[in-house]
Design a protein around this ligand. Sequence first.
Ligand SMILES: Cc1cc2nc3c(=O)[nH]c(=O)nc-3n(C[C@H](O)[C@H](O)[C@H](O)COP(=O)(O)OP(=O)(O)OC[C@H]3O[C@@H](n4cnc5c(N)ncnc54)[C@H](O)[C@@H]3O)c2cc1C
Length: 420
Amino acid sequence: MKLNRRRFLGTATLATAALSAPAVLGQTRPRVVVIGGGSGGGTVARYIAKDSNGAVDVTLIEPTRRYYTCYFSNLYLGGFWDYDALGHGYGTIARTGVNVIHDWAVGVDRDVKTVALASGDSVSYDRLVVAPGIDFVEGSVPGWNVSQQSLMPHAYKSGTQVQLLKHQIETMREGGLFVMVAPPNPYRCPPGPGERVSMVAHMLTQSNPTAKILIVDPKENYSKQALFEEGWERHYPGMVTRIGPDMGGDDFEVRPESMEVVIDGEVEQADVCNVIPAQKAGRIAELAGLTNDSGWAPVMPADMRSRVDENVFVLGDASAQGDMPKSGFSANSQAKVVANVIRGELTGSRIFPARYSNTCWSLIATDDGVKVGANYEPTDEKIASVSSFISQTGEDADLRRQTYEESIGWYNGIVADIFG
Ligand SMILES: Cc1cc2nc3c(=O)[nH]c(=O)nc-3n(C[C@H](O)[C@H](O)[C@H](O)COP(=O)(O)OP(=O)(O)OC[C@H]3O[C@@H](n4cnc5c(N)ncnc54)[C@H](O)[C@@H]3O)c2cc1C
């Protein structure tokens, strides 16, 4: 529901209503508001503040005080990474000059250019960046809704769900069954479910070697499929089974109370069930009227500008842009393009042609890393892949170890770029 202007102003105090009209207060600096302090929003806020040297007033709205990356959360499941090492605070972003507000954005009035906060306050903008990540499509997994996430965790958003999932796997009965309900396209981190299966298999091989893993997948095929299948056969023989749509993997229902998964009419008793539902843009993008029937927010390929409002940019997972996968790397890459464009429009600095890139690394077993990536350029229609690469099956152990080490370098680099 989009807040109408009357109701929106009605929720603001006199002081904040005045703040939403910067001209009245003699506000001279142009104002940028960023909704969402994740990989995309954190980057764009920091880069605009840093590069404009205080010429632009940047406000970041993010409810949590600590952002836990989804990237490397699978490695935490596998025992390769500490949970604490996934968490990053907003101190450095604030010290760069960004006004960080820990609150939810609950509405956007694009006519008067204001964002309403859950506290009842509002902030006004000249340019708005919407980067809220994903939400789940209700009803996409029959029998599951978000109130059952403690019984059948998704562990697919930043936060404590992944700790719960790890605890459930660690305490699973001997010889138990771990089921993953994989999502349909498009979803964040295309190789994420395959990497998660690898890391769960790694953990079970050590602590519960007679346990089994069952993947229920509505997709014909999935990212890095040949690499994962080769790795599972080599490292975890006989542990992982996948039921694709040809075997009824697109016809399922879950029963969280009894821990049952019904696949093509047959009931499987799960001990742990990881439900990763179908996805759409974070809800605030829809409330702001930026999404279409696909559930994602269409943007211009050259600069991630919303196709429905020239003062609004949508970046990261929430955007519908073309060929780039929904990843932290992509969101960070898009954010730098957006920061350059917004700063140019507001301060007159030079705007460079957009170039985007992405690499997604996955760990299959100890020192067995693989990657897929591409460079992208904007066309009239979409952000298009112009060159791509992928690890090959049969690569030697040295190369796989180097690829894994590269991924650690990438993790340390991106979190330093955003939060460090
Ligand atoms: C298991 C897993 C593994 C992954 N591995 C990788 C990997 O190896 N490499 C990689 O590049 N990517 C990986 N990803 C994907 C990556 O995490 C996401 O693509 C990336 O975080 C998207 O960035 P974003 O800024 O769009 O959204 P997010 O990083 O999710 O940030 C969105 C932020 O918006 C905030 N927000 C939401 N609604 C509101 C609101 N109404 N008001 C204010 N704030 C709001 C949220 O609190 C959140 O902090 C992985 C994902 C998963 C689930």
